[in-house]
Design a protein around this ligand. Structure first.
Ligand code: ADP
Ligand code: MG
Length: 582
């Protein structure tokens, strides 16, 4: 299956009104960065393999894009700046199989109205090129002009005629940064094309032809310098994807490097971004995010970009299949990562005194209790109580561990974390321990954080009654839910520690009845269970240490369901077992 777009050159025409009306309308150019987006899209659609962007004075003074694409004829130039003039679609049906980045025929016409627009262009096969100047929505010049094959578009003096709009712009340095981000977003999914960025005359970015992961590394050198980037692939009916990701150790404090591209456009699709976040969540400290770039190619018939004027959203019909496959591919990668690093660690003898210090204070408070019992570990009888329910006779009743660092020796049966500590080995149930860890983090975190995109959900009348009743009860926990209209609600904010369990929260809101306390218990147990690392999953040693350190400091080391977290065997017991002592 090939999902590579095939765009062919066609003459420009002005769309019939009936087609033009079907196109999501809205402001196309509201700041320099949106002009950059539209111009780079045009160069990419014209099959260019070399594209240079020049930004001067924050893009307010001028934006220029030079490409080596297929260019425009004199007739194309005459039409290109008119509203709804496009070579990319002709009919309504074309809207359902869009291969190009542009299709609305509005960018150049918008620019012609808000800036001084000059276009030099020459198709490779034509003798001479032409120059078009449009100013204040009026054609000023269209004349033969010597230029090389390709197109040079210059938009200068942005919003010269719209002082109100101009006032809304930020300082030039901020606008420049926005232009740079747009440039990188455009260049990322096209590693087979060369991009250059010049800011105020100086080349600040050169992105040569490369592989996808090299392109990510070139685009974000500071963020990716210290991590190995992995490229994963997956596919299913009507879609294929590539994921460029750092190892779980390269987590970030924000979602800036959790990016999604669908058919080479950056979009914000909550459910697809969420599956990445969720799959990573059991490998990352709470409140942190992976460095992960997701590039999905979806059959154009399955996706509709004609719902947002800047094409930042899309309606995707096979989201569920795609989510499932992404989660599988990422999970198996993460598992393999965990296993490999564990193997190498068995020789290294990683000790707790080598405390991981890469966590910032904020993450640390969420991730582990701030001050694990000073001076070592508690001397309570819990170490034996954890064993009370285990009736295996080979397990010795426990004594009090002394405060020495423990050694994490790796994972056993895909479930137990094996720990050597003084004269005992401990087998800690990773799921139960992580569950307890998350549960306690939930109790401490009740600061609501607004969701990037509210999670909307439908309810039947019975559910609606329960949601209405539960809404004020969960508010003190930091969970905010709002009615949009009868039958339709949205989850709008929740504490960072709850992230990744949005669907559980919605289910509980719809189904649970009871007091605030009952609701809270149910919510916490369900979220912790959902987010905790599962039986059979690999775990990275850093996370294993954090969880172990936490649970070893507890007064009552039991999971939220009351089960013990570990079993232990003494050295003596083992020696007896092989009859070294009697
Ligand atoms: P759209 O991209 O939605 O078609 P635009 O207003 O951005 O609308 O551009 C109008 C038309 O001008 C495009 O359809 C294309 O044919 C032509 N065009 C614009 N920029 C270029 C370019 N850099 N190279 C070749 N053709 C271009
Ligand atoms: Mg365009």
């Amino acid at each position: 299956m090939s999902l590579e777009p095939t765009i062919r050159r066609a003459p420009i025409r002005v769309l019939r009104d009936s087609v033009a009306r079907k196109i999501a309308a809205g402001e196309v150019i509201d700041r320099p960065a949106s002009a950059v987006r539209e111009l780079l899209d045009n160069s990419l659609d014209a099959g260019s393999t070399e594209i240079a962007l020049y930004i001067t004075g924050g893009g307010i003074d001028s934006i220029r894009v030079v490409d080596n694409g297929w260019g425009m004829t004199e007739e194309d130039l005459r039409l290109c700046w008119l509203p709804h003039a496009t070579s990319k679609i002709e009919s309504e049906e074309d809207l359902f199989r869009i291969q190009s980045l542009g299709f609305r025929g509005e960018a150049l016409s918008a620019l012609a109205n808000v800036a001084r627009l000059e276009i030099l262009s020459k198709p490779a096969e034509e003798e001479s090129g032409h120059r078009l100047v449009v100013y204040g929505g009026q054609l000023i010049t269209l004349e033969p002009h010597a230029t090389r094959a390709g197109t040079v578009v210059t938009a200068s003096d942005l919003f010269y005629n719209l002082p109100a709009r101009r006032k809304f712009l930020k300082r030039p340095s901020t606008e420049t940064n926005l232009c740079r981000s747009t440039f990188l977003e455009k260049a990322l999914p096209f590693p087979d094309r060369e991009f250059k960025l010049f800011i105020d005359g100086k080349m600040t970015q050169f992105l040569p032809l490369s592989t996808l992961s090299e392109r990510v590394a070139q685009a974000y050198p500071d963020e990716t310098r210290h991590t190995k980037l992995h490229e994963l692939v997956g596919s299913g009916a009507g879609f294929q994807f590539r994921i460029v990701t750092g190892s779980p150790e390269s987590f970030r404090k924000d979602r800036k490097h959790l990016q999604l591209y669908v058919n080479r456009r950056r979009i914000w699709d909550f459910s697809l971004l969420q599956v990445v976040e969720f799959t990573f969540s059991s490998y990352l400290p709470g409140g942190t995010f992976p460095l992960c770039y997701l590039f999905i190619e979806i059959d154009p018939e399955w996706v509709d970009f004609n719902i947002h004027p800047a094409k930042k959203e899309a309606r995707i019909r096979n989201t569920e299949d795609i989510r499932k496959r992404i989660s599988e591919v990422l999970s198996s990668f993460l598992t393999s990562q965990g296993r490999t690093s564990l193997r190498s660690l068995q020789f290294a003898g990683y000790s707790l005194s080598m405390d991981p210090t890469s966590l910032t204070r904020d993450q640390a408070t969420l991730w582990v209790r701030e001050e694990p019992t000073k001076g070592g570990l508690p001397t309570s009888p819990i170490y034996s109580s954890a064993l009370e329910r285990e009736n295996s006779p080979s397990l010795e009743p426990s004594s009090t561990p002394t405060p020495t660092p423990f050694l994490y020796k790796g994972q056993v049966f895909g479930l137990f974390l094996l720990v050597e500590w003084e004269d005992k080995v401990y087998l800690v149930d990773q799921h139960a321990a992580h569950e307890r860890f998350i549960y306690d983090a939930l109790i401490r975190d009740s600061v609501p954080q607004p969701l990037l995109i509210p999670l909307e959900f439908s309810v039947d009348p019975d559910e609606e009654a329960r949601v209405t009743e539960n809404t004020p009860k969960v508010q003190p926990l930091g969970v905010k839910v709002e009615q949009i209209r009868p039958g339709r609600w949205a989850l709008i904010a929740l504490p960072a520690a709850y992230q990744g369990a949005e669907e559980e929260i919605v289910t509980i809101m719809k189904t649970q009845i009871g007091t605030v306390e009952v609701l809270k218990q149910e919510l916490f147990a369900r979220i912790a269970c959902k987010k905790a690392i599962k039986d059979g999953e690999g775990i990275n040693p850093l996370s294993a240490y954090e969880i172990l350190r936490y649970v070893f400091s507890l007064d009552n080391p039991r999971c939220p369901h009351g089960r013990p977290l570990w079993v232990q065997i003494s050295r003596e017991e083992l020696l007896r077992g092989v009859r070294r002592i009697l």
